[in-house]
Write a protein that binds this ligand. Structure first.
Ligand code: FES
Ligand code: FES
Length: 140
């Protein structure tokens, strides 16, 4: 397990969450994922800003109304996906997050929330960018 100056990654991300905040939803290059965990009712909002030329995620922000593991999972995820291609980011598995943070089995759904959030943010970006750039032949 990686440690940050002797602190576990879970506690470190919980105590000093990275990339907390919001991006403007109206920005055509911003994708927003808003997901809830059926198991506990916790909610996570994750936003990505994508470079339309390269499909690379250049900025990430999150807000999580949930438990410590959900906060740590989303904070860790934001560091993971920055600089990633959106297709790569959409393939992230919650088990990668759970493993890095050493989440116990009862907290697996907290990392699932982070996986769902990034998938949903990528989807939102893709549906927005389709609207913004009509393909040739598409009716006006
Ligand atoms: Fe309440 Fe997750 S169950 S914070
Ligand atoms: Fe529900 Fe962590 S997200 S307990």
């Amino acid at each position: 397990m990686l440690t940050y100056q002797g602190v576990s990654p879970l506690l470190d991300h919980y105590n000093r969450p990275r990339n907390v905040g919001s991006l403007p939803k109206s920005d055509p290059n911003v994708g927003t994922g808003l997901v809830g965990a059926p198991a506990c009712g916790d909610v996570m909002k994750l936003q990505i800003r994508v470079d339309p030329q390269t499909n690379e995620i250049v900025e990430v922000k999150f807000k999580t109304f949930g438990c410590g593991s959900a906060i740590a999972s989303s904070s860790y995820l934001t560091e993971m996906v920055k600089g990633m291609n959106i297709d790569e980011a959409a393939r992230i598995k919650n088990t990668e997050i759970a493993k890095e943070l050493c989440l116990p089995p009862v907290k697996l759904h907290c990392s699932m929330l982070a996986e769902d959030a990034i998938k949903s943010a990528v989807k939102d970006y893709q549906s927005k960018s389709k609207r913004a750039v009509p393909t040739i032949g598409e009716a006006a």
